[in-house]
Design a protein around this ligand. Structure first.
Ligand SMILES: NC(=O)c1ccc[n+]([C@@H]2O[C@H](COP(=O)([O-])OP(=O)(O)OC[C@H]3O[C@@H](n4cnc5c(N)ncnc54)[C@H](OP(=O)(O)O)[C@@H]3O)[C@@H](O)[C@H]2O)c1
Length: 497
């Protein structure tokens, strides 16, 4: 994606693990937007704590321009730096390192990622802030909110650590047994990883403790809408997501690395426009060809939808291999394109269901034609992530019928609920978009889309308004359903919007 040349400087994020980091995506997109993708490239490197000293030697030897630090290096890196900016020293944590002529200076931009979004909606002076957690992010929050005149109460699992933080920045520390008191706070800030992928059902506070006049801010940004934020939203509270923090801190970091300003709203636009998850449908018969398609496109698509019934000489070894190699990037489908009779026997499908257990891959099952598989999964308690879907290739049923279908789908507790119906008019498309908003309002992960010409609009706005993923072929001839736009077409449209 970048215009790398001999003069390109390297910036990178380090962490352990680091694979999940969205920093490379955000910075590279911003380089491109500002036309400096020939000057900078941003990569990720998994660095173990015991290797930090060697890593720093490498940074100097290779003249790496900037380092973003994530867990567990924010504190550990400090002793290897030539200097640390005053604020980062007070916070005691560095998330940004800049290399100026071989001298490494550490900064902290996390605190601005917390304060700036808050100050956009309220003044912090004399507000009461309930901070959950006492780690690196909590330190940045404690520094920021007390600097702005707020009163701090820290709730932490280890009370001693909370008390130490309260002593340093002023305020009181309570244990998680006293969480009840959080009801009195003006602002709640979660600085624990509770609710972070893959533990998306966790939350640091029970829903009943959230009140409608509070501001609830979650540092967790994968997923961007956590259970805590969904609970806060349904309690009527104002919410700020970890994505806001991530973008704000990233914009400051960007300036430190490049010397160039990228306005936060521009950074946000760039980032959010490219945050859609794209899924490449693969209806091929050749096993080698399928593996090659996935490998060739692994950086361009978040998911690959593999239609098993189309594969010639399908065997257990191939499926195991596929699952092992591509895990949570896979969506497995047992179906024909228009729900015709399958070739793959029920016994074989059951075997595959067990192969998928605990794999992280998703299995898409149709609520009408694949009830047998769904019942088996439920009855035997198979631990498998599912997309439970409803397909209607002829029409979009009325609202009442669709709501009934959704209620039936919910009984199978899917990871993602999917409704795909043929739109015979623009009215059908609008009905589906309204349905999508209604499902999102209830905090369900979903894909709601219309098939056919009239459904095209749902593929664009569905993607922007919260569909978990967008099915998109590389070219028109490889679509898995009528009305799919290609990835190029979608990206062009998102670029204009
Ligand atoms: N949005 C952004 O830009 C951004 C930036 C930085 C960090 N973050 C996110 O912020 C979160 C915290 O990161 P960090 O660097 O501050 O981590 P950290 O230094 O490891 O601190 C984690 C804190 O969470 C508490 N905690 C961990 N597991 C817990 C559990 N099961 N129950 C209760 N408390 C628990 C710990 O309590 P103890 O003290 O008792 O161990 C500790 O206080 C992470 O999810 C990270 O991804 C987001």
């Amino acid at each position: 994606m970048n215009n790398i040349s001999g003069k390109t400087k390297i910036c990178m994020v380090i962490g352990d693990p680091v694979k999940h980091s969205l920093s490379p995506k955000m910075h590279n997109l911003a380089y491109k937007a500002l036309g400096i993708d020939d000057e900078f490239v941003f990569v990720a490197s998994q660095v173990k704590s015991e290797d930090l000293s060697d890593f720093i030697k490498g940074v100097k030897a290779m003249n790496i321009q900037g380092i973003a630090c994530t867990i567990p290096h924010k504190r550990g890196i400090i002793k290897y730096l030539d200097s640390v900016d005053e604020v980062a020293q007070k916070i005691g944590s560095v998330n940004t390192v800049v290399n100026s002529a071989g001298l490494l200076k550490g900064y902290n931009t996390d605190w601005l990622g917390i304060i700036n979004p808050l100050e956009k909606i309220t003044s912090l002076k004399s507000k009461t802030v309930a901070l959950i957690g006492a780690g690196g992010t909590a330190r940045a929050a404690a520094y920021g909110v007390t600097k702005k005149g707020a009163k701090l109460t820290i709730y932490n699992r280890s009370l001693k650590k909370g008390e130490k933080l309260a002593k340093e920045f002023g305020g009181e520390a309570l244990s998680l047994q006293n969480l009840e008191k959080i009801k009195d706070a003006d602002i709640i800030f979660n600085a624990t990883p509770l609710g972070m992928h893959p533990n998306e059902n966790k939350t640091p506070i029970p829903k009943e403790l959230i009140r409608k006049n509070q501001i609830v801010f979650d540092a967790v940004y994968t997923p961007s809408e956590t259970k805590l934020l969904r609970d806060a939203k349904s309690a009527g509270a104002q919410i700020i997501s970890g994505t806001e923090m991530f973008i704000e801190q990233g914009a400051t970091q960007f300036k430190l690395f490049t010397g160039k300003v990228v306005p936060v709203d521009v950074m946000k636009k760039i980032f959010l426009k490219h945050s859609q998850s794209f899924c490449l449908p693969i209806l091929k018969e050749g096993k080698e060809e399928i593996l090659k398609i996935i490998k060739d496109n692994i950086h361009d698509f978040e998911y690959f939808e593999v239609w098993l019934d189309y594969i010639k000489d399908l065997d257990e070894f191939f499926i195991k291999n596929l699952i092992n190699e591509f895990k949570d990037k896979l969506i497995i489908v047992f179906r024909r394109k228009n729900l015709e009779t399958m070739k793959l026997s029920f016994e074989k499908r059951v075997k595959i269901i067990y192969l998928l257990e605990n794999s992280g891959s998703l299995l898409d099952l149709d609520i009408i034609s694949q009830k047998k598989e769904l019942s088996l999964i439920r009855k035997k308690g198979v631990k498998i992530s599912t997309i439970v879907s409803y397909h209607n290739y002829h029409q979009t049923p009325n609202d009442r019928k669709l709501k009934e279908i959704i209620d039936t789908i919910k009984e199978y507790k899917p990871s993602i609920l999917k409704i795909a119906t043929k739109c015979n008019s623009s009215k059908d498309a609008l009905q589906l978009l309204r349905l999508l908003l209604m499902v999102k309002e209830k905090n369900m992960k979903c894909i709601v889309l219309g098939m056919g010409e009239f459904g095209i609009i749902t593929r664009i706005f569905g993607s922007l308004w919260g569909n978990e993923l967008t099915f998109t072929p590389k070219n028109k001839f490889e679509s898995s359903a009528p009305g799919q736009l290609t990835k190029n077409q979608l990206e062009t449209i998102f670029g204009i919007l």
